[in-house]
Design a protein around this ligand. Sequence first.
Ligand code: SF4
Ligand code: ZN
Length: 305
Amino acid sequence: MKCRQCGRTAVMHMRPYRLSLCEKHYDGWFVDQTKRTIRTYDMFGHSDRILVAVSGGKDSLSLWDVLLRLGYQVDGLYIDLGIDRGERYSARSREFVERFAASRPGTTLRIADLNADYGETLQEVARHTRRARGKPCALCGLIKRHAMNRVALDEAYTVLATGHNLDDEATALFGNVLHWQTGYLARQAPVLPADSAGLARKVKPLCRRYERETAAYAILAGIEYIIDECPFAAHASSLRYKDLLNRLETDSPGALLQFYGKFLKQREDGLFEAQAVELHKCSHCGQPTSAPDLCAFCRLWPDNE
Ligand code: SF4
Ligand code: ZN
């Protein structure tokens, strides 16, 4: 297979677009496509201060790398949940992030460490929280969102970016449709505007990039990342959905892009209207919440009650 741009041997063939590219032209293509998504959805500009939530995986580190190459003011945030189970998952992920940050001068790595800040790891909080019933995944998103908002607010970032790729978005969409979670469908978007309490805008600049595309970018750019999945992921239903969607994509290349792209179009046309929820400040941390007093995060800690 030859590169469409220069005729040299292609390293990446993308069936959905019938496009093959060599190493150099794939790199340029990936950066251009990310730039295009940022523009299409009017995600942010060069005056914004961007905080990328990094997990140590290929997507978030690639995003941080591309945004730096595009000249944005961007720093990284690693949220250390203390996930261990014998394989030091959080500690090892953190090492990848720290190595990445150390090799890129002019950008800052911020760390939110659950155990250091609140005295418990994710597994420990899940053990004593009724809503988690011992399952860390039930609290993971809540804790990460709270940490991202806190750091963005404290350090005056205007944009919070995450490395969700097309496979992630299509999988979330599939799960939301399967259970007709219309509230989630209304909020599943490449951009969520800043909310009334002045919290940062949330964006997903890689939402139109297939997972294999971000993996290829990371490998070709020489980014070292953690390959292992979180040890709690093994039983997640999202993995089953992802597997199903991958098979669909293999049979009909471009299916995921169409599924997600057409959903976004319907969403723009108002198919899923977000319900207006009245928010006020949590009496403990000050973050917006719809609960009457403490936000869901502050209610995790018995001393706050
Ligand atoms: Fe969090 Fe995902 Fe790990 Fe569950 S599997 S604890 S949601 S990172
Ligand atoms: Zn709170």
